[in-house]
Design a protein around this ligand. Structure first.
Ligand code: NAP
Length: 268
């Protein structure tokens, strides 16, 4: 029997088969969850529909999270289809390309607002809209990059600031929803090649060096993140809330980061 047998799980933020949301969706399906998928806009439907079919998903809804009416409508539709919801995943972020390549002090007011609205406020708004439909014992989660939120990741800029706010929101939501036995956590994934990541200046180099610099000497996959999401969605993590869980081959524990020269025969 799967770890999520009988649970209704909604995943927001599926764009294509490279998306972290797809790794999570596949892992949830493998563990027996009934899946619902939400995507950003009409443009994505063509790519997302065949993926939904692969996991037997019968609830596929568009939702632009900058629109309050769309958030309210999607929550109502989900409640109608599933009844109560056990798992809610927010795998959504956006920042303009300019904001992720020029220095942070040049962030525009509009760019700041957009990034924080889509990448942070939407997590709060979705949680609020779904709250009446969440089961006691439900698990809510979001995706962050902790090394860019708590430290400086060059070029991550306003997205690092947004992730800091997202992680803080995770803790405040966990406090608010604790009495209802609803858990709220964040998964901090190491760099993965996705559409969103492609917008971050210097991402390619960051991705390449990540494996050299992290204790496990390996990059992270969407499957790794999917398995962690299963843990957080399942009753195995019943007393874990308000946490940021790093899935990053140990990258975040490192202080001064030096390439592992000895392993490449360049040492001594
Ligand atoms: P992705 O496949 O591009 O997913 C990002 C999703 O956010 C897309 O489906 C995107 O839709 C959606 N989105 C953007 N604006 C939206 C809006 N207004 N309404 C609804 N959805 C909207 O990239 P990903 O890397 O899997 O990102 C998923 C999450 O993981 C993000 O929170 C990201 O910051 C986080 N994360 C990523 C990495 C990494 O290295 N890839 C590492 C750590 C954390 P559109 O394509 O239509 O914009």
């Amino acid at each position: 029997m799967g770890l999520l047998e009988g649970k209704n799980a909604l995943v927001f933020g599926l764009a294509n088969d490279k998306s972290i949301a797809w790794g999570i969706t596949q892992a949830f399906h493998r563990e027996g969850a009934n899946i619902g998928i939400s995507y950003a806009g009409e443009m994505l439907e063509r790519r997302v529909k065949p993926l939904a079919e692969q996991v037997g998903c019968k609830w596929l809804e568009e939702c632009d999270v900058t629109k309050d009416d769309q958030i309210a409508a999607v929550a109502e539709k989900a409640a109608k289809h599933f009844g109560k919801i056990d798992v809610l995943v927010h795998s959504i972020a956006f920042a303009g390309r300019d904001e992720l390549s020029r220095p942070y002090y040049q962030t525009s007011r509009e760019g700041f607002k957009n990034a924080l609205d889509i990448s942070v406020f939407s997590f709060v708004a979705l949680t609020n809209a779904f709250l009446p439909h969440l089961n006691s014992g439900a698990s809510v989660m979001c995706l962050t990059y902790g090394s860019g939120a708590t430290k400086v990741a060059p070029h991550y800029n306003v997205m690092g600031v947004a992730k800091a706010a997202l992680e803080s929101s995770t803790r405040y939501l966990a406090y608010d929803l604790g009495p209802q036995k609803i858990r709220v956590n964040a998964i901090s994934a190491g760099p993965i090649r996705t559409l969103a990541a492609a917008g971050v200046g210097g991402f390619r180099d960051m991705y390449k060096h990540f494996a050299d610099l992290s204790p496990l000497r390996e990059n992270v996959t969407i499957e790794d993140v999917g398995n962690t999401a299963v843990f957080l969605a399942s009753d195995l993590s019943a007393r874990i809330t308000g946490e940021v869980l790093y899935i990053d081959s140990g990258f975040n524990i490192m202080g001064v980061q030096m390439p592992n020269k000895e392993e490449k025969g360049e040492g001594q």
